[in-house]
Design a protein around this ligand. Structure first.
Ligand SMILES: Nc1ncnc2c1ncn2[C@@H]1O[C@H](COP(=O)(O)OP(=O)(O)OP(=O)(O)O)[C@@H](O)[C@H]1O
Length: 301
């Protein structure tokens, strides 16, 4: 379902937390909201599922203005994942994941089938995990259960507020990869808040950079990196510019033949990091030169 946000604002006691922002998230795409602490990301996200009511502006989901919908009903079709997971501590894993399907009065057999499917998809295969309470799980497991709960009733939209923020760096990278590969996610419309530029570049079809309640730029990872619309956006990515360039530029972008690698992995960086056995097949000196030339050319254009 497409999400359209138009001139959306939120004031708290005269303070503009969100200041007339507009963006579209096409059906099935991932939109990453990134910015410094306090710039208005969470407030924006919570306006999409009406946990916060806007001061002005409009949000449309599949063309329908959400103020005309009943809040709880709207939220049943919008999965919501937050950093602190937000699992109900007194409920076990099964009951946590089954929350929304039960509200929707699904039959038990359908709920069981869905839960077992999600456990497999999210690599939650530990024995008796369904009977455990959240405090008996690791941080990574809690995060996966939080994801399973958000996906349980097959929502069309997923809102995620720093979903991987509380994890250690290794678990974070692992869960992020798994997330990207989830079949379930591919046709969902996702809006994710993050502080992490790597995450934004890995997961985002489009990225929105916020500062002091305003959207400074929205665009594809390539656009915001190589064609920043102002100095704020340029400075925001400056420290990691080359690293991010490597993350997103494909063999095709670099005009390098990748016949030996049979198309995957798509970028030289991924080939270097993950497929060391392929390295001898490539002339890495030529690859590095092509990367440097492209980076220099795009940086000055
Ligand atoms: N309920 C509230 N009452 C008053 N001010 C609020 C309220 N919630 C948020 N704010 C203020 O609105 C601004 C935006 O907050 P928000 O939580 O949306 O930022 P954020 O970008 O998500 O920050 P972080 O990355 O730290 O989570 C901040 O200045 C915050 O102090």
């Amino acid at each position: 379902m497409t999400i359209q946000v138009q001139h959306l604002s939120k004031y708290y006691n005269g303070h503009r937390a969100v200041d007339s922002i507009s963006f579209d998230v096409p059906q099935g795409s991932n939109f990453m909201l990134i910015g410094r602490s306090g710039c208005g990301k969470t407030t924006t996200l919570k306006m999409i599922n009406r946990l916060i009511e806007p001061s002005s502006g409009r949000i449309r989901i599949r063309g329908q203005e959400i103020t005309q919908l009943d809040g709880p009903q709207l939220r049943r079709n919008i999965g919501y994942v937050i950093q602190t997971v937000g699992l109900f501590p007194h409920l076990n894993v099964y009951e946590n994941i089954a929350t929304v399907p039960r509200l929707l009065q699904w039959k038990k057999a359908k709920i069981d089938e869905r839960i077992h499917f999600l456990l497999r998809q999210l690599h939650l295969s530990e024995n008796n995990i369904l009977l455990k309470r959240p405090h008996e799980l690791s941080g990574g497991q809690q995060q996966r259960v939080g994801m399973a709960r958000a996906l349980a009733a097959e929502p069309d939209i997923l809102l995620m507020d720093e979903p991987f923020g509380a994890l250690d760096p290794i678990t974070k990278v692992k869960i992020r990869r798994e997330f990207m590969e989830l079949e379930e996610i591919k046709d969902k419309t996702v809006v994710m808040v993050t502080h992490d530029v790597d995450e934004a570049f890995e997961l985002g079809d489009r990225i929105g950079i916020m500062e002091q309640g305003q959207l400074q730029q929205t665009g594809t990872p390539k656009e915001v990196l190589m064609q920043p619309s102002n100095t704020f956006v340029r400075d925001f990515f400056q420290e990691k510019r080359f690293q991010l360039f490597l993350k997103i530029y494909t063999w095709e972008d670099l005009a390098i033949e990748n016949t030996q690698l049979d198309i995957r992995p798509q970028t030289p960086l991924a080939a270097l990091m993950e497929h060391t056995d392929h390295q001898p097949a490539l002339d890495w000196q030529q690859v590095m030169q092509a990367i440097q030339t492209k980076f220099n050319r795009e940086s000055t254009s």
